[in-house]
Design a protein around this ligand. Sequence first.
Ligand code: AMP
Ligand code: FE
Ligand code: FE
Ligand code: ZN
Length: 284
Amino acid sequence: MLIDLHTHTSVSDGTETPAELVQAAAAAGIEVLGVCDHDTFAGLEAAAEAARQAGVRVWRGVEISAQYQGASVHLLGYGCRDDDVPLNQELARIRRGRTDRIPALLAKLAEAGMPIDDVLADFVADSPSVGRPHIADAMVAKGYVADRKEAFDRYLADDGPLFVPRYAVELEEGLALVRAAGGAAVLAHPWGRVSRGLLGREVLAALVAGPGLDGVEVDHQDHDRATRLELREVAGELGLCCTGSSDYHGTGKTGHELGCNTTAPAVLATLAGLVEQRGGRLTD
Ligand code: AMP
Ligand code: FE
Ligand code: FE
Ligand code: ZN
């Protein structure tokens, strides 16, 4: 059974609509597909509807923009009730923070001789917030860079010359919100580029003991082989679930093809059990 638990659609920074994503997943032989757009549940109904026709099971997810000691950390919530008021208020705050910093980013781009104001709207699609990937797409359209990766590597990355900070929820608070909304909480790519070194064994242990972390995304393209082995060992010691996913963004991220990493059926069952216990809503 092919289980890919973390993918994106055009309601955040993926390039395919929820229905297109589900069709692509079906074509790739994926049976369980986690749809985890950044800070929004907006694509889940359309994905679930398409999934019923395509014979795919959609897991309702969200990837929350959190921070730990001031650094960016991504938190996956599975099966959160999407009408939960505190969680929705926080997601709205994050989306507002993302969009509110766009004028400052546009000004920096113009100052650097790369205005994009006239085309940006074409790349936001149906996303309820405007983020750096949309900026990157506009930069590609203008011919300033070849692809999103170059836009981030040269200009937009957290340590890049055009970076403008934005609001993100404190990790512990994000974890508590996911749990209170009935969800299971999994750290996305915890030892990837940005958060490597930050979320060591002791920190993970404290997150398990405190707000109640449930799992870590071990098999992810941002983790090399040695990193996966080491993280799997630590997770085993701490009793954390180990998930795997493509983090598919359509054409927005290369090397993240659907099903390139997968989650074991036993892990899926464990996470489903947690959501059921907590009164969350995972499918349909
Ligand atoms: P923002 O939420 O506006 O701060 O933008 C952050 C998002 O940009 C992340 O959630 C990633 O999906 C995306 N991103 C970060 N680095 C890269 C990269 N090198 N290439 C493509 N997308 C990236
Ligand atoms: Fe993304
Ligand atoms: Fe992420
Ligand atoms: Zn993601």
